[in-house]
Design a protein around this ligand. Sequence first.
Ligand code: PPE
Length: 315
Amino acid sequence: MSKGKEKISPFAGSKFWMDGEFVDYEDAKVSVNSHSLHYGLGAFEGIRCYETKSGKPAIFRLDEHIDRIYNSCHILQIPVPYAKKEIKSAIIKVVKINKFKECYIRPVVFIGDRGGLGIFIKDYDTRVAISAWYWGAYLGEEALKTGIRAKVSSYARFHVNTFMGMSKSTGQYINSILAKKEVVSAGYDEAIMLDTSGFVCEASGENIFVYSGGYIKTPPLSSVLPGITRSSVIEVMENEMGLKVKEERVTRDELYIADEVFLTGTAAEVTPVREIDDRKIGIGKAGRIALELQEKFFNIVKGGDKKHEKWLTYL
Ligand code: PPE
C-alpha cells in the first residue's frame, strides 16, 4: 500500500479472474516491472450487467464488447492467449462468483514483465484480468435526470494517426484524464474533446450526440471510439423514435445552438447535457429526446423490451 494511504481498496473481498483462474483480490498481483505499467500498452473494456425485471442479471451486448477487445488487441498487435469463448465464459463466471445482480465488468489485457522492459521487446507476456464491482450512475443519479454541465477541454483529442482510436487502449486514456481533471477543477461535470482540426469528437469517456433542426448528429467513427452504447442508441433512435441520425463532423458552436446534446457510454448510459461552456443548451434542462431515449435504453437493458432480447446475455 502506498505511503500515507491506508484506505482499503474498493475491490478488496472480491474475486478476480486472472490468466485462466480465479484468485482472491489479495492474490491478483502484477509485477511493478510490467511492460504495460511503464509504457501503457494494453486494451480494456467496460461492460455493464443489469438486474432485469425477472430478477435475473443480464450482461448488455457482451459479444460486441468481446469483439471490441479482440479488435483492440489486433490493432495494438497484442496476442491474446485465450479464445473469445473462454473470455466470455470467464466474464460470466466473474459476475456469478461475486454474486452480483448488477455490476460493471472490467476485462483488461496487458503485458507482464517476462518479456523484459524497453519500448521494443520481441515477446509479449500477455496477461488478462477480469474484475467486477458495483458502479452506480457514472456522473451521479441527478445527472441522469437533470443533465450535466460540460466544458470543452483545452487538450485536443489525439490525431487519428497518433494513437489508434478504434482501439480502446489503456495508455491513450491519459488524454481523457487530463481533460477531465481540467474541467472538473474548473467546476464542470464532464469534458468535451475537440480533434486536432477543432471539430467535436466525444467526451472524456462518452460519445456525443446533438439534436438540432429535427435530426440527430454524431461525429463519425473516424474520430471517436466505436461506442457500443452509441451504436445501440443509433438503432433505437432510427428504428423506434423515427429520428434520422447523421454521422457527420460537428463544430463547437453547433453544440451551443443545439436543441439538445447528450452523451452515451457504458458507464454514463444516456446522460443529458444542459450547459456547455456556460451557455444553456436548448431550454437549459435535460432534453425531451434524451430523456425518452434514456427511458427506452433502461427498459432494454433491464429486459423490458422483447425486440432487443438479443442484446442481453442472461446469467
Ligand atoms: N468514448 C470514450 C473515450 C470512452 O471511454 C467510452 C467508454 C465511450 C466513448 C463509450 O463507449 P461504450 O461504453 O462502448 O458505449 N468509456 C468507458 C470507461 C469510463 C471510465 O471512466 O473508465 C465506459 O463507459 O465504460
